[in-house]
Design a protein. Structure first.
Length: 268
């Protein structure tokens, strides 16, 4: 089983042991990983990826304004913006008097959503295709913590299936792990999930993932830096561990087992 964590006070978090052991009653078969703050520094997402998408959004939409797939994303965003306005959320003004005005309105609304860290699926899909061009042009390179490649290799060699579950689109996830300074890591991953399976704070999402990977929830270890996600996964029956990485916000109180790097996970 996983070992508990000790809290010396309301804001200090310490791990009891150096190695997190998997459940012994029924050995876990799969590891499910969050991205931001778990495999990848938060700074890469918020200081590199988001600013890149925000900066390139106008030009990207202009280039692909008539592409059928992009049009679907944009129409969904237009409808979401109208809903936000009806709810009194004060999104940016909308102008569709010309194609250029509509492009600018869509881009400005997209940036507004990013500033709020909204998990809108169409925005995430749009970000993914913007980043795809950035990776292809060599302007972006995926970042993971140094212990991640070795851990993925170790789990792969031990026959542990490893999956990614992030609010970023599946495309964005694949691009990140394909283009790291350690090379293409996707061969060490068995699948990717985004919010098309459901919100990360909904226990049903984790039940759906368990069903799709053909494991019982109790056979899956979910690692994330977000306690609300861990609560949802635990409610679904999964084992859990809280990722505390450099730059992560340490919860004032939590009851989850703690890891600081993947070397602390024993998958034997």
């Amino acid at each position: 089983m996983l070992w508990p964590a000790i809290y010396s006070d309301a804001t200090t978090l310490r791990s009891v042991v150096a190695t997190v052991k998997l459940r012994e009653a029924e050995q876990l078969q799969a590891i499910l990983l969050d991205v931001e703050g778990t495999t990848t520094p938060l700074a890469f997402v918020y200081d590199v990826l988001f600013p890149y998408a925000a900066r390139e959004l106008n030009a990207f939409i202009r280039r692909h304004f008539q592409d059928s797939e992009i049009r679907r994303f944009l129409e969904s965003l237009r409808q979401q913006r109208a809903l936000d306005a009806s709810l009194g959320l004060a999104p940016p003004a909308w102008n569709d008097n010309s194609a250029e005005a509509e492009i600018n309105s869509l881009a400005e609304y997209g940036r507004w959503l990013m500033k709020q860290d909204r998990k809108d699926p169409s925005l995430k899909s749009l970000q993914g295709v913007v980043w795809q061009e950035g990776y292809a042009a060599g302007e972006l390179r995926g970042q993971v913590y140094p212990d991640v490649p070795k851990a993925l290799q170790r789990w792969h060699e031990k026959g542990k299936a490893t999956y990614i579950y992030s609010s970023g689109s599946v495309l964005a996830q694949k691009l990140l792990f394909q283009n790291t300074e350690y090379g293409d890591l996707t061969g060490l991953l068995d699948g990717f999930f985004d919010t098309n399976v459901g919100a990360k704070t909904d226990p049903k999402s984790y039940q759906t993932i368990s069903s799709e990977i053909r494991c019982k929830p109790r056979q899956v270890l979910f690692i994330s830096d977000a306690t609300r996600e861990l609560e949802a996964a635990e409610s679904a029956g999964m084992d859990t561990a809280l990722s505390i990485r450099p730059g992560n916000r340490t919860p004032e109180s939590a009851r989850f087992r703690v890891i600081h790097q993947f070397d602390e996970i024993s998958a034997s």
